[in-house]
Design a protein around this ligand. Structure first.
Ligand code: TRP
Length: 445
């Protein structure tokens, strides 16, 4: 029997993929930068009309073909055209993404352990500690990157059912419990109401085209789109399962967790009188200082918070490598072990290049086109390859797949109207929106 998800296993694993550093770290810090409420509203619209549309697109291709990315495109296309194997390029995106995601998760894991010691008392100390970690302390980074990479490899070696589904079954409820605990603490703070109005009362003055594009980019990133992850997971979804309902559930869980993380973090920031626009240093610099002011309770909160981030990140990380594993297993008849060793070594070594590229010692020799290797991998995957894949997915379904077949798949589970709206979005609205985002990220507009 094929190694596949149960329906609830699929929802948990896809939600595990979607919920990651993007929700708990990036969403709050960009919401802070773009001034709160209005940005949140734009983001919710982007999730509903653009993110969910592409999510459903990946899901319908995967569930229909029940195969790896390349084969799924070929099988789903009207003409069963072999050339569609080119869509297989997206598996590389996941590996590149995973290389530096593993390094960042390593930093967070190191913060779990350092939170047991003394937390930094002010922003200057915290900033210096973080700076030392990423520019000088290569041994520590290497150790934690190795621990994270090892964990990811260990999990995916066991396969979909016994590896990926199981780890999500354990970590996702844990993550939920920690976040609910942190939320309850946030609710008990005086600043909670301020956080609520910051996030839900719209101030349109901060919304410009940058904010709109940031919301759109975040909607993509947070739903793990354009990497073939959702497609690959959906290929292991039972053929009769309701992919529409499952997709909506995943988007709801992902959005709910981003909003909860935002409420928690803004309550903490406001309580400490810290500015809402903390930037990327939010998690590594601003929060540790706040926790340090709260004594023993602060320590417990710090540890729980960083553990939650590690859990959220691990369930995303395993989903970044799975598309390449399935590709090599099916198309090159590799064993799962061999495919994992191959792809595992690629992302592990690329991760080492990424971490060396930020060090004061090796940085200069690992800088290309004015970007260090870490930033370059981030740029190549999130700003170039993911939007390209998303455009390919939309054009593929909109113009190269039999419409009647698609309509049948959708209307098994939902109304014709729903399908028509989706089809319109996939043919016109989403490709245009992503093209604009893409050109903007390349600095062309
Ligand atoms: N969604 C993940 C997060 O919010 C990150 C992510 C982006 C991702 N693309 C992905 C995860 C592809 C898995 C696969 O952190």
């Amino acid at each position: 029997m094929k190694n596949r998800f149960s329906r609830i296993g699929f929802i948990l694993a896809a939600a595990g993929s979607a919920v990651g550093l993007g929700n708990i770290w990036k969403f709050p810090y960009i919401t802070g930068e773009y001034g709160g409420g209005a940005f949140v509203l734009v983001y919710l619209l982007a999730i509903m009309f653009i993110g969910l549309t592409v999510f459903l697109a990946e899901a319908v291709i995967g569930q229909n073909a029940q195969a790896n990315v390349a084969t799924s495109f070929i099988e789903t296309s009207k003409s069963k055209n072999e050339n569609w194997k080119i869509a297989g390029f997206m598996i590389a995106t996941g590996l590149i993404l995973l290389s530096f995601y593993s390094v960042v998760l390593g930093w967070i894991l190191s913060y779990v352990f350092s939170s047991f010691g003394t937390l930094p008392a002010d922003a200057k100390t915290a900033g210096a500690a973080f700076d030392t970690l990423i520019t000088k302390d290569l041994a520590t980074q290497l150790l934690y990157h190795t621990l994270i990479a090892g964990t990811v490899i260990f999990i995916v070696l066991k396969g979909i059912k016994d590896g990926i589904e199981k780890i999500n079954l354990i970590l996702m409820p844990f993550l939920g419990i920690i976040l609910i605990g942190l939320l309850m603490y946030a609710i008990s703070l005086d600043s909670f109401s301020k956080a609520v109005s910051f996030m839900f009362v719209a101030d349109w003055s901060k919304i410009n085209s940058d904010a709109l594009l940031a919301a759109l980019g975040q909607a993509f990133f947070t739903l793990s789109l354009g990497v073939g992850t959702i497609l690959t997971y959906s290929a292991s979804l039972p053929k009769e399962a309701n992919f529409v309902k499952s997709s909506i559930m995943v988007a709801l869980v992902d959005t709910g967790i981003a909003l909860i993380a935002g409420l928690i973090i803004f309550s903490f920031l406001f309580e400490a009188g810290a500015p809402s626009a903390a930037g990327p240093g939010l998690v590594f610099i601003s929060l540790p200082v706040i926790f340090s002011g709260w004594g023993l309770l602060g320590k417990i909160i710090a540890i729980s918070f960083f553990v939650a981030l590690v859990f959220a990140g691990i369930t995303s990380a395993v989903s970044m490598i799975e598309p390449s594993l399935m590709f090599f297993i099916e198309r090159f008849k590799m064993t799962r072990k061999k495919a994992t060793l191959l792809c595992g070594s690629v992302f592990y070594l690329l991760g080492i290049v990424a971490l060396l590229s930020m060090s004061t010692t090796y940085g200069s020799s690992l800088t290309f086109f004015g970007k260090n290797a870490f930033d370059l991998m981030d740029f190549a995957s999130s700003s170039v390859m993911m939007p390209t894949a998303a455009i390919v997915i939309c054009l593929f379904l909109g113009y190269f797949v039999d419409k009647t077949m698609l309509q049948e798949k959708f209307t098994k589970h939902t109304s014709v109207l729903f399908f028509n709206v989706w089809y319109f979005l996939i043919r016109y609205v989403v490709p245009i929106a992503i093209t604009i985002l893409f050109l903007n990220q390349l600095g062309l507009i």
